[in-house]
Ligand binder design. Structure first.
Ligand code: NDP
Length: 234
């Protein structure tokens, strides 16, 4: 991957912050986006990814001062609840960030990557292939990410742009810390996850960093699961 700037969304904490830190160690410049705009590496930008105007303005600002070589679509939200009582607004809230914003960000970065190739990594979830009770909106949004990854990959292969979906299993972050801390959940994980523990943000970040750094041109459109082996046995 040539030197330049990578945009990471949802980079103020959790998996996104770890991804930004790993990419910074590998020599990339980072544009770290989140609503708060806080960043421990690179430059921080306050940008709500569900606000299309803000995304357009922020991406244009970043591109005007740097050579964009990549995008990590990481910002995401989880919202559970029974399908029988799920409100339309709740479903749309999850889709707006987890799916629509992925499309908007990729579309806005495309003209800049098109000039010299590059890579887009979407952060999906192993829920994209599972039927999980009380998780309809989240599962649907992550299945959309896997589908969009395939569509972008075929459309943009001629431009030298690779698009990959990295789909984690349970990773301990603010998104699920309370859930994973429950004793019952810990015991359940020991029986259901072959490696017997949740993953860390750093493990996901190392995979994202390696995929960026190695820049394997024949790898595109694919979903790579990093879930301790849980998904294959679910
Ligand atoms: P966290 O809740 O720890 O962090 C979410 C990040 O996204 C924060 O930086 C937050 O910053 C930012 N964010 C939230 N809403 C918006 C928004 N509207 N616009 C811009 N930024 C926003 O989540 P994780 O690190 O756990 O998750 C990151 C990704 O990984 C998500 O896509 C998630 O679905 C996926 N994933 C997570 C798993 C897990 O077990 N943790 C498992 C599988 C996938 P701020 O609040 O400042 O905006």
């Amino acid at each position: 991957m040539p030197e330049g700037t990578i945009i990471v969304t949802g980079a103020s904490k959790g998996i996104g912050a770890a991804i930004a830190a790993d990419l910074a160690k590998r020599g990339y410049d980072l544009a770290c986006l989140s609503r708060s705009g806080s960043a421990s590496v690179g430059s921080g930008y306050a940008c709500d990814m569900t606000d299309e105007t803000a995304v357009k303005e922020t991406f244009a600002k970043i591109a005007s001062g740097s050579r964009l070589v990549g995008l990590v679509n990481n910002a995401g939200v989880h919202l559970g609840g029974s399908t029988a009582t799920l409100q339309t607004a709740e479903f749309e809230k999850v889709m707006a960030l987890n799916a629509t914003a992925v499309m908007v960000a990729a579309r806005e970065v495309y003209p800049h990557l098109k000039a010299h190739g590059g890579m887009i990594i979407n952060i999906g979830s192993f829920f994209d292939k599972l039927g999980v009770p009380d998780n309809l909106a989240y599962c649907a949004s992550k299945a959309a990410v896997a589908a969009m990854t395939r569509c972008m990959a075929v459309e943009w292969a001629d431009d030298g742009i690779s698009v990959v979906n990295i789909a984690p299993g349970y990773i301990e972050t603010d998104l699920n810390r309370d859930f994973l801390a429950r004793e019952k959940v810990r015991r359940w994980m020991e029986t259901r996850i072959p490696v017997k523990r949740p993953g860390s943000s750093e493990e996901v970040a190392r995979l994202v960093g390696a995929v960026f750094a190695e820049r394997i041109g024949f790898l595109t459109g694919e979903t790579i699961y990093i879930d301790g082996g849980q998904g294959m046995n679910h």
